[in-house]
Design a protein around this ligand. Structure first.
Ligand code: SF4
Length: 348
């Protein structure tokens, strides 16, 4: 992983402004959310500051701007913590934070604070109470293995984790949440794909934001997963200056479909610190989604959703979800109506 400006390809290195370099230095001094990108992913980026790949991995000084809506834990995962590294928010699903490393760090990441604390891959001591919880809670049918990116662990470590989960709950569906097929596609070796097959039922949820991320190595890795019988679901984050355009999103989701991947969610960006410059206003997002719906088939259309801030859960966004708007002490907010009728404030 490239972690400093000198490691970048020459064309990118020469594009870094003095302001960007100074901000990177500040981040490093304060031990903030780290900068890191694989040489592979950096090679996909253009030298222009507005390049959609570059924007996703190179720290932007705007991350330091004050943001009255930002939260330490935007999804409110701490509210649903069942054990260290285990979140049980939805009845039949649980989330394990397997590790805190990623092959590269996305500047829009909502778990940035967790990862800034450099978590190791989960060990037996932490996993034991999680296995106990899963045994006691038979209503849990699916475990999301996330992080960080679990694919930063070795095949042996993943085989150990999957084996322990399988032994505790034989029928459990394992959902592997990863961006590695995009940022580090060579990680998906034939041996790794065999490992996934050995622990089926396994599905992958892959984070993909822009059609240019589907370069040949990524297409090959993802196509091989699909052919090996590992269903791949695509999760996309709506990002200002990256993919806030119905034509770009249409291209992305059509290409995913061609590769045998299922567009699953288009997420409204979570309210994490340092990400306000990526935010697309909700009304604009709804208009864009309507436009997208006119361009692609239903098979290529993900659900547009938001994780309600502070633990309100996932809300599918559609016409009618906005129940009103008003000014709050922090700024203008929409009131969003959750399926249970509760109202949640969300910044305009
Ligand atoms: S790969 Fe996922 S967990 Fe890692 S930095 Fe990107 S968004 Fe965050």
């Amino acid at each position: 992983m490239i972690t400093d400006i000198d490691g970048l390809p020459p064309i990118l290195k020469s594009s870094i402004t003095a302001e960007e370099a100074a901000y990177l230095e500040t981040l490093r001094r304060r031990k903030g959310f780290p900068f890191g990108v694989t040489a592979y992913f950096a090679s996909l980026a253009g030298a222009n500051q507005d390049d959609p790949i570059r924007r996703q991995f190179f720290p932007d000084p705007r991350e330091a701007l004050a943001d009255p809506f930002a939260l330490d834990d935007p999804l409110g995962e701490a509210v649903y913590r069942a054990a260290p590294r285990l979140t049980h928010q939805y009845r039949d699903r649980a989330l394990i934070l397997a590790g805190g490393a990623c092959p590269g760090y996305c500047r829009h990441c909502f778990r940035r604070l967790w990862m800034a604390r450099a978590q190791n891959f989960i060990d037996a001591e932490t996993l034991t109470p999680i296995l106990g919880y899963l045994k006691e809670h038979s209503e849990i049918r699916e475990v999301l293995v996330s992080g960080g990116d679990p694919l930063t662990a070795s095949d042996e470590a993943l085989a150990w984790l999957f084996g322990e989960l399988r032994a505790a709950r034989p029928g459990l569906l394992l959902r592997l949440c990863t961006r590695a097929p995009i940022t580090d596609p060579y990680r998906l070796t034939p041996r790794f794909i065999e490992l996934l097959q050995a622990y089926r039922p396994v599905r992958m949820a892959v984070h993909i934001n822009h059609p240019r991320e589907l370069a040949e190595p990524a297409r090959k890795a993802l196509g091989e997963c699909a052919q090996a019988g590992i269903p791949v679901h695509v999760q996309t984050v709506l990002l200002r200056g990256v993919n806030d355009n119905a034509e770009i999103l249409g291209d992305l989701f059509r290409e995913c479909l061609d590769l045998g991947l299922s567009p699953y969610y288009l997420f409204q960006l979570d309210l994490a610190f340092g990400t306000a410059h990526f935010r697309v206003p909700l009304e604009e997002g709804l208009n864009l989604y309507r436009d997208l719906g006119r361009r692609v088939s239903g098979l290529a259309l993900p659900r547009y959703a938001v994780d309600l801030p502070g633990g309100g859960g996932k809300l599918i966004l559609h016409g009618g979800v906005i129940a009103g708007a008003h000014d709050s002490p922090r700024g203008a907010v929409y009131m969003l109506k959750a399926p249970d009728g509760r109202l949640w404030a969300y910044p305009q």
